[in-house]
Write a protein that binds this ligand. Structure first.
Ligand SMILES: NC(=O)c1ccc[n+]([C@@H]2O[C@H](COP(=O)([O-])OP(=O)(O)OC[C@H]3O[C@@H](n4cnc5c(N)ncnc54)[C@H](OP(=O)(O)O)[C@@H]3O)[C@@H](O)[C@H]2O)c1
Length: 278
């Protein structure tokens, strides 16, 4: 039996489920179905983005589930091409329309695009949207410490969350230390290293000891680090097993073995140079 999902308290005092469902690469129909499955299992948080082109499907899945709005948490993101004060605001309102929601729980800037010099204006748009109640919390994604510092220095508003690539092969110790110092929650994208953890012999050996799968061990390790995780799956069985991670804990020795798998291996783009849509 899985226990219910733990919540973390963000720096604005809002609560966020520590485990949610990611829906990158899911079609509208797959996203609708996955949201329904996930809510049945007990998930209460969904991570989408305008660039995933499935906000409509997510919205329908939420409607199908029929839960009270305050009982679930929805994250979406402002895409690169929509950066800038006015553009970001309009893009976020379009996302809300597609989702069929009056507000999202968390609105993120998807990438910093430092070369475009627009993330500060974009952040100001997110602050305004938060003040209007269209996003309960605001944060960023793929921001490095220098980008975060600039937002803090210029606006005094500290992002609640930085959603970044993080998994056993890319553990982000320096970035996490910066987050901790500033009260920013680390949220891991690709927490399963895009499924690669399933094939890892060391994680397989650890998992066997607990009668769990390598993916479950990786998720447990993230949760123990205080990280928010959003594993993606459109497979009902995997949606279910990725949620069965609240009924066991890792020994210190196993935690250390996973810590030793870090090889600074990025699977996604480098935020300093990623410019798609700029
Ligand atoms: N902010 C950003 O820039 C950014 C970038 C990337 C991702 N994200 C977010 O983070 C979420 C998760 O990241 P991700 O989708 O890149 O990777 P992930 O969650 O690490 O891995 C997803 C992949 O692993 C498979 N999988 C899921 N559960 C499994 C299990 N128990 N055993 C074996 N394989 C399993 C999935 O396949 P099936 O679906 O076929 O089951 C899928 O191919 C995304 O969906 C998105 O919401 C954000």
């Amino acid at each position: 039996m899985s226990k219910s999902v733990p919540y973390v308290t963000l720096n604005d005092d809002k609560m966020m489920p520590q485990l949610g469902l990611g829906v990158w690469k899911a079609s509208e129909d797959q996203a609708r179905q996955a949201v329904r499955e996930a809510f049945e299992v007990g998930y209460r948080s969904i991570d989408t983005a305008s660039i995933y082109e499935n906000e409509g499907g997510v919205g329908l899945g939420l409607q199908d589930a029929g839960l009270p709005r305050e009982s679930y948490f929805v994250t979406t993101k402002v895409w690169n091409a929509d950066q800038g004060f006015d553009q970001a605001r309009e893009a976020a309102l379009r996302s809300l329309e597609r989702l069929g929601l009056d507000y999202v729980d968390l609105l993120l800037i998807h990438w910093p695009l430092p070369m475009a010099e627009r993330y500060l204006d974009t952040w100001k748009a997110l602050i305004a949207l938060r003040d209007e109640g269209r996003a309960l919390s605001i944060g960023v994604s793929n921001f490095n410490p220098s980008h975060l510092q600039r937002l803090i220095d210029e606006t005094g508003v500290v992002p609640a969350v930085n959603q970044v690539e993080a998994h056993p092969y890319f553990q982000r110790a320096d970035l996490r230390a910066f987050h901790q110092e500033h009260g920013i929650h680390t949220e891991a994208w690709s927490p399963l290293a895009q499924g690669k953890v399933a094939e890892d012999p060391q994680l397989q050996a650890i998992a066997a000891k607990y009668g769990k799968s390598p993916a479950q061990v990786a998720l447990r390790w993230h949760l123990d680090n205080g990280t928010i995780v959003i594993p993606k799956s459109v497979t009902p069985e995997r949606i279910r097993i990725n949620f069965e991670v609240f009924d066991f804990s890792l020994t210190e020795e196993d935690r250390q073995s996973i810590q030793a798998l870090d090889r600074q291996q990025r699977l996604g783009p480098d935020p300093e140079t990623f410019a798609m849509g700029a």
